[in-house]
Design a binder for this molecule. Structure first.
Ligand code: PMV
Length: 320
């Protein structure tokens, strides 16, 4: 009745922003992501008959805020009528700061709880369950490039390209390690209800997904760069024009974007993407990774730089 699982965060290149059904956590748009190899969350679960309620420890500290979502995720896998559990989670990167820590945490929790309870689920079933807890978590059940479909009544993810068939590198520039002010579920609803650009964001998404899928299929880096940057900026335009406005960037975020623009002018095959937080992810071809890392390291306001390749699917690492 014990299991440990590991999952990597994923970064969306074509973003998910907005929900079609809040209670079932169904996304309003499809999305395409890459799973990272060098960032991870490890989750251990122990079923314990001695507990009157679930317990959660995150990076060595008791955590009460995240507990209801974790308990609901565990219920969805093991059923509500279960023994209480001790959950311990550790990540090697800042959490709740726009680095997709909820994706890796819920993906690892889903796999660990299935392992600890001795239940066998297919990857697509686990993705569905993880996606109910955090939309983006469904994508971390897959490695490499994955697409979260916006169709039907369930969350469905497909693999577009394995982690080793297109060796992309990602340089993550961390510009702030504090937690974001507004969580994505609440923020997405602000956008849906108030941004004048929300409808056109939704209407254009299928075209962006088609362009990105084609670029990935052809290993066309420039094509992917063009659609991914534009899609990221459209999502942030929706965020900025929500009421209250959702500006997740700081001055270092913009400095990194400008630095990446200069690298592009010099012929470097790199593009940026930014999620609901101030961190910048520079996606590049492997031969440019050192130049990109050094340039971002020297950019004013950057606190830390992490380099990653593409990762594999969430997996169980022990169970007993
Ligand atoms: O899965 P959530 O609820 O954390 O939302 C993820 C939203 C973005 O990271 C901004 C975009 C995405 O597709 O991952």
């Amino acid at each position: 009745m014990h299991a440990t699982a590991i999952a990597q965060p994923n970064i969306a290149l074509i973003k998910y922003w907005g929900k079609r059904n809040v209670s079932r956590n169904l996304p309003a748009v499809g999305s395409i992501s890459i799973t990272l190899s060098d960032l991870y969350t490890e989750v251990s679960i122990d079923f314990s008959s001695g507990l009157s309620q679930d317990e959660l420890v995150v990076n060595g500290k008791r955590n009460i805020e995240m507990l209801p979502r974790i308990s609901a995720c565990i219920d969805s896998v093991a059923g509500g009528d279960r023994c209480r559990v001790r959950v311990s989670s550790k990540s090697n990167f800042p959490i709740a700061a726009g680095l997709a820590s909820s994706a890796s945490a819920f993906a690892a929790t889903t796999v660990a709880i299935a392992g600890a309870a001795g239940l066998s689920f297919s990857t697509s079933e686990l993705a569905k369950l993880a996606g109910q807890a955090s939309g983006s978590a469904a994508r971390s059940l897959y490695g490499g490039f994955a697409e979260l479909k916006n169709s039907g009544e369930n969350i469905e993810v497909t693999s577009l390209c394995s982690d080793d068939s297109w060796p992309i590198q990602v340089i993550v520039a961390i510009t702030e390690t504090g937690q974001k002010a507004v969580g994505s579920t609440v923020a997405m609803e602000f956008s849906r209800k108030t941004s004048p650009f929300y409808k056109s964001w939704i209407a254009q998404q299928d075209k962006d997904l088609d362009s990105a899928r084609l670029a990935i299929d052809r290993r066309d880096f420039d094509g992917l760069a063009t659609v991914a940057e534009h899609n990221c900026l459209k999502m942030h335009s929706v965020m900025w024009t929500s009421r209250p406005s959702l500006v997740y960037w700081n001055s270092a975020t913009i400095a990194c974007m400008q630095r990446i623009r200069r690298l592009q002018e010099d012929g470097c095959k790199v593009f940026f993407t930014i999620d609901a937080g101030p961190q910048v992810k520079a996606v590049c071809l492997p031969e440019y990774a050192i130049d990109v890392r050094e340039a971002l390291k020297k950019t004013p306001g950057v606190q830390q730089v992490m380099v990653s390749g593409l990762g594999t699917a969430a997996r169980l690492i022990e169970s007993s």
